[in-house]
Design a protein around this ligand. Structure first.
Ligand code: LRH
Ligand code: MN
Ligand code: MN
Length: 388
């Protein structure tokens, strides 16, 4: 009998992790972008690569787009292309961080004309969502300041609220606005949406269809991210995750690579808070693959999330609760750690095979020859967007 009970298997079968289109483009640090042979040259090829991940794992049925990086002539056509490959178009990410006009802010800018331009960009993103069938508009703002006294932080917060309200008014009944926070970078003194509290305060003032996006790489070292997950679920405002892992700053490395235990603890709180399998809490990756192959990098990522989810589902909650209530600190911790230390890989491999999937998706993809094929077919792939 598998350690993955039928109940656990039913939960695992619900898992859906959205892939970012930009994970398939070339990326790097500000020092060097190393190109990979076969890198997609347009959004269609990014979607074709993303569909490979889903084909081998059945874990990633949708792909997020970033505008203008993924601008195309016909979103209807792109949508059909994706659907033919078995995936849908997901979250639309706005971009107000690569335009000279936004040097001193976009939605917070002192100049009403520049604020209007930034708002209009978001309205264009919503028009795109109407064509792609996307539910979520994800907003991350690169706004802030570098020096004390440089700007009036309070005024910026007020203008941000006005701008977000104008965007929110255009959001459809079945759509949502998710506001992502990040504690620093590119601004180093203050950031206009630095933390979950600010994001929460902003979206709570807008309405029910405005939520918070938690990017796991956007916190100071040592932050208890699972506490934030718990609190946002408690408040009914956790809209989505951008999963990745970090050693130092916003590293955008493979989720679960730096700290699998943290990923486990986060997923435990998602399950505890009723957010697992709830379409209102979207799981997404926000990663780049600078030195490793991109498609296997994404396969590894979704498998890491699946593995930690399986471990989290193994927790004996009855025993854990009893230990907590009786104040048995060490027993409670041991029950938690037992689940974390359980190697679920053989059981997951068996389960995959029982569903007609490869037991080892990494090996199956490597054997497919897809990377060699795209290396030959595609010449002159594009950068992910950073520095592009
Ligand atoms: C900002 C961020 C945000 C962007 C993405 C490319 O650091 O996490 O989600 O859209 O990176
Ligand atoms: Mn992000
Ligand atoms: Mn980031």
């Amino acid at each position: 009998m598998s350690i993955l009970t039928p109940e656990i298997q039913a939960e695992l079968a619900k898992q859906a992790i959205e892939l970012p289109s930009w994970a398939f483009g070339n990326s790097g640090t500000r020092f060097k972008v190393f190109g990979t042979p076969g890198t997609p040259r347009d959004p269609y090829e990014k979607i074709a690569d993303a569909a490979q991940v889903n084909q081998y794992t059945a874990l990633s049925p949708s792909v997020a787009l970033h505008i203008p990086w993924d601008k195309v002539d016909s979103y209807d056509d792109l949508r059909k292309y994706a659907e033919d490959l078995g995936v849908s178009l997901g979250t639309i990410n706005s971009n107000t961080f690569q335009d000279d006009d936004y040097k001193f802010g976009a939605l917070t800018h002192e100049d009403a004309g520049i604020r209007r331009k930034a708002i209009d960009h978001h309205l264009e993103c919503i028009d795109i969502m109407d064509q792609t069938g996307s539910r979520d508009l994800k907003i991350w703002l690169a706004e802030g300041s570098n020096y004390p006294g440089q700007t009036d932080m309070r005024g910026r917060q007020d203008r941000l609220n006005d701008s977000l309200r104008t965007i929110y008014e255009r959001i459809g009944d079945d759509q949502r606005l998710v506001l992502e926070y990040k504690f620093f970078e590119p601004s180093f003194y203050h950031t206009d949406v630095p933390d979950w509290g600010t994001s929460y305060a902003q979206v709570a003032s807008l309405g029910d269809r405005a939520m918070v996006c938690l990017d796991t790489g956007h916190h100071a070292p040592g932050t208890n991210i699972e506490f934030i997950v718990m609190q946002l679920l408690r408040l009914g405002k956790l809209g989505s995750f951008d999963f990745n892992s970090r050693f130092y700053a916003d590293d955008d490395l493979i989720v679960g690579a730096a700290d699998p235990f943290q990923l486990f603890r986060i997923i435990v709180e998602v399950i505890r808070g009723g957010g697992y399998g709830d379409p209102d809490v979207a799981f997404m990756l926000d990663q780049c693959h600078n030195v490793e192959d991109k498609i296997p990098g994404q396969i590894r990522s979704v498998l890491n999330v699946q593995e930690m989810t399986a471990r989290a589902l193994l927790i004996d909650h009855e025993a854990l609760r009893a230990a907590q209530v009786s104040g048995d600190v060490l027993a409670a911790n041991a029950i938690f750690m037992d689940a974390f230390y359980t190697d679920v890989r053989p059981a997951l491999a068996e389960w995959r095979e029982s569903r007609g999937l490869p037991a080892d998706p990494m090996a199956a993809f490597a054997a497919s020859g897809y990377l060699a094929k795209i290396a030959e077919e595609r010449v002159g792939g594009v950068q992910a967007g950073w520095g592009a």
